[in-house]
Design a protein around this ligand. Structure first.
Ligand SMILES: Cc1ncc(COP(=O)(O)O)c(C=O)c1O
Length: 380
């Protein structure tokens, strides 16, 4: 389950982002002749192949078919969509949830619903492309504040509220940044937004299922200012599809105005069934997230003992900054020789000279993975 066969790895190589992916295929692919332990995917809880997800998806596929055949507001809504929306809303303690076919689309819908050309949007400068694209599509005035820097955000909010007679500003961030492994303090951020009358949207794509109380994300229990939470089933939930959780007003606005919700085929029913099965598993195993985070802490400690800087953050994503693109590629190759798959993330995905290895922990990693990693990193 946690090893990637060479054929699939070849395909993975071809999907890597950025202009240098072809170079990566030719320099690394031909050498891979055995399965590698996957330290790169976002299947954090190892649910992608879980029998309960497969069974749930298969059952629904047998009764409902593969696709929804229409958009939610026409013919696409099925009982499984409603069941998943209600259970998610209850789990997260939010009034409403709406499903989307992907997190990218959910983010576009969320940002465009919250902002327009009269709005100033303050967005973390390392936020996901889908969030940035949403801001651009909304026509709002964009300000990109320093990564996780609440002081910078506060200065901008002060100016914004002093100088502008526009609508309330909107603040957008993620709760676990996938290339950095870092998180903002959502509580402080929400308080700040409350003070300045700003509305907050948080993308919990990488935190949900793992971080926060019982895996319910870092926004759980915080009501101040948070108007939209976005989540995806493509990561810890092991499947595909996504959602926005919000209050009733926002839900109504999305239903009335959001093209990204209205004019797209509804989430495939088997994927909705798999997401519901994943949610049930996460609810039945509330300790999974904490166990994974505790393992991530052990890994961070071991890396420090071996002379590495402590990877920032507390989550299951360990970002080991290497520097030059070539050194990061060398490190990736070294890991590959040790039977580990970790991908060198390079510009333009990350800023120049901060190429890094992104090491992702999963619940079902074999015990020897950390020893292999430490040995492989000791190459210099
Ligand atoms: C922070 C963040 N938000 C949203 C998405 C998009 O989610 P999806 O894969 O469901 O489209 C991703 C996926 O890369 C992500 O990393």
């Amino acid at each position: 389950m946690n090893q990637i066969p060479p054929e699939r790895l070849r395909k993975i190589r071809t999907w890597l982002p950025g202009p240098k992916s072809s170079e990566l295929i030719s320099t690394t692919c031909n050498r891979v002749d055995r399965p590698l332990i996957d330290l790169a995917s976002n299947d954090y809880l190892g649910l992608n192949n879980h029998e309960k997800l497969i069974k749930a998806a298969t059952n629904v596929m047998n009764t409902e078919g593969v696709g929804a055949g229409g958009s939610r507001l026409v013919t696409g809504t099925r009982p499984i969509h409603i069941a998943l929306e209600e259970r998610l809303a209850h789990w997260l303690g939010r009034a409403n949830v709406l499903l989307f076919p992907s997190g990218f689309q959910a983010n576009l819908a969320g940002v465009i619903t919250m902002s327009n050309r009269h709005t100033t949007v303050l967005i973390d400068r390392l936020a996901h492309h889908s969030l940035l694209l949403g801001v651009k599509a909304s026509g709002s005035k964009i300000q990109r504040y320093k990564h996780n820097n609440l002081q910078d955000l506060e200065q901008r909010l002060t100016k914004c509220t002093q100088t502008s007679s526009d609508e309330s500003p909107v603040v957008i961030t993620e709760s676990l940044f996938s290339m950095e492994g870092t998180s903002p303090s959502i509580k402080e951020l929400a308080q700040l937004c409350n003070i300045y009358g700003a509305r907050l949207m948080v993308d919990e794509a990488h935190a949900l299922g793992v971080m926060g109380s019982k895996g319910r994300g870092l926004c759980h229990g915080i009501k101040d200012s948070i108007e939209i939470i976005s989540g995806t089933f493509g990561k810890a939930f092991g499947g595909g599809g996504a959602f926005l959780a919000s209050n009733k007003d926002i839900k109504e606005q999305i239903l009335q105005n959001s093209g990204a919700f209205k004019y797209t085929t509804a989430l495939a029913p088997p994927l909705a069934a798999a997401a519901l099965a994943a949610l049930e598993l996460i609810q039945d195993n509330p300790q999974w997230g904490e166990e994974l985070l505790s393992k991530a802490n052990d890994w961070r400690n071991l890396l420090v003992q071996k002379g590495w800087s402590r990877p920032p953050g507390h989550g299951q994503i360990l970002s080991l900054e290497i520097g030059s693109d070539q050194n990061a590629l060398n490190a990736q190759n070294q890991l590959e020789k040790a039977g580990l798959l970790s991908v060198a993330i390079r510009p333009p995905t990350v800023p120049e000279n901060t190429a890094r290895l992104r090491i992702v922990l999963r619940r079902n990693l074999p015990d020897q993975a950390i020893d292999n990693l430490i040995n492989a990193l000791a190459f210099e």
